[in-house]
Write a protein that binds this ligand. Structure first.
Ligand code: URA
Length: 440
């Protein structure tokens, strides 16, 4: 077989066979296919797309390029969740304890943030002494005992995706629906859970900016999951404005704790209840409606918060910050961003606001960059709110005052204030299952 022929086949819009896909992924991981040929193939996929069969085959090949995690050492049904990424998205910190409190196991591998979006591993590492690198036996034992554990992704999970993603990043082939589906689902399948809930973000802060593309991506991922034998559901949710009020690592843990106490912002609380309900539904706990009631009860009883604290303690972290979030170390400096005019907030560009948080030190520019766990911002006004001139729009936090000027500018450039109130956008647009798509 020759890579040249496979590139030509895809360039001409033909379908690759299982044998060809297997040969290509295997030899690419071994280093026998050079990046320049794989780049040409990816670009051909970008323009020609892939058939459903090709997308499934490529996903399975990429998943099997490294460890396939065997979670059979954990009793019961294990349910996973994946968000396609966003700004202020701390839902894993809330839904994993809720689901565990309702009797369904969550053995989850999470990633770090990159670019303008945050990552669960970084958020949890803002808790003093928290360990995110945990050996298999200990991981299993924590999940069996407490019902949940969230750890960093093992080094050898879908190594083909690591190489392909790095290449896509520099060849303008990231925003291809089949390639994103392969990338996400290969890692989900390799991570070993029985059911998968996908939170596909749509809007200015998401990979997919339009509802149409988000639904297309969700359909592909649900189809891959189901064909690979995993019950899979996707919710299409809003990322046109940041989720909740806090952006930045320890600030997001604080907001997760507030939400688990029943004191969180309404958008974040509602989304977490919907995600938890669907995870419980996938695990066979009842109808989506009765599962939502279970999720609500786990917050009211305090059990979900107790599970988060127990997980933190089991992973070596200082659980006192979960019980008393004011114990988190504070950023040395803070600055209020004031409204330049009176009116309604009509738009918040999530990507721009995420970049502003990174400028304060909350995110990393490169994979090896460092982050300041205390840095970030608290949004005091969001889309739909009315502000007077000079009223506080947001409070920025940083360890160095010279970081404020560029972050404040980026923040203000990302927010529109106008006379007329804008139409309210839904929090959840659609639910995609193997049976079809339900628009709300
Ligand atoms: N997240 C991933 O893991 N892969 C992509 O391609 C896009 C988002």
């Amino acid at each position: 077989m020759r890579m040249y022929d496979l590139i030509m086949k895809k360039r001409n819009g033909e379908e690759l066979s299982k044998e060809e896909m297997h040969w290509m992924i295997q030899n690419y991981v071994k280093g026998e296919i050079p990046d320049y040929q794989m780049s040409a193939f990816l670009m051909a996929v970008y323009f020609r797309g892939m058939t459903e069969a090709e997308t499934l085959t490529m996903t399975l090949e990429v998943a099997h390029s490294g460890d396939m995690v065997d979670l059979s050492g954990i009793e019961g049904i294990k349910v996973d969740k994946h968000s396609t990424g966003g700004v202020g998205d701390k839902t894993t910190l809330i839904v994993a304890p809720i689901v565990a409190a309702c009797g369904v196991k969550v053995a989850k591998m999470s990633g770090r943030g990159l670019g303008h979006t945050g990552g669960t591993v970084d958020k949890l590492e803002s808790i003093p002494n928290m360990r995110m690198k945990i050996e298999r036996e200990e991981f299993f034992s924590i999940v069996n005992r407490i019902g949940l554990s969230v750890v960093g992704q093992s080094g050898n999970l879908a190594p083909a995706d690591k190489k392909l993603y790095a290449l896509r990043d520099v060849t303008a082939t990231v925003d291809s629906i089949p390639l994103i589906a392969v990338s996400i689902m290969s890692k989900k399948l390799a991570a070993g859970s029985d059911c998968i809930l996908l939170d596909v973000k749509t809007g200015s802060g998401a990979f997919m900016k339009t509802l149409e593309d988000s639904v297309a991506l969700a359909k592909e991922m649900v189809s891959i999951g189901e064909q690979a034998g995993k019950r899979t559901v996707a919710l299409i949710t809003d990322m046109d404005l940041p989720l909740g009020q806090n952006i930045g690592n320890s600030l997001e843990v604080i907001e997760a704790v507030q939400t688990l106490r029943g004191e969180g912002p309404s958008d974040l609380t509602e989304l977490c209840l919907c995600l938890s309900a669907d995870m419980l539904y996938l695990a066979g706990k009842g109808s989506p409606e009765s599962c939502r009631t279970l999720a609500e009860q786990s917050i009211e009883s305090g059990e979900a918060l107790r599970r988060l604290a127990a997980m933190v303690e089991a992973q070596g972290g200082d659980a006192s910050v979960i019980w008393n979030p004011e114990k988190f170390a504070k950023a040395a400096y803070q600055r209020e961003v004031l409204a330049p005019r009176e009116g309604f907030v009509t738009k918040m560009n999530s990507e721009g606001i995420g970049i502003a948080a990174c400028l304060l030190g909350a995110g990393r520019e490169t994979v090896d960059g460092t982050i300041d766990y205390r840095a970030g911002m608290v949004l005091k006004k969001k889309t739909g709110d009315y502000v007077r001139e000079g009223e506080v729009l947001a409070v920025l936090y940083a360890s160095h005052p010279e970081l404020f000027a560029s972050a404040e500018k980026k923040y203000l450039d990302s927010v529109a204030i106008e006379e007329k109130k804008a139409k309210e956008l839904p929090l959840i647009y659609a639910r995609v299952t193997k049976e079809g798509t339900l628009f709300y």
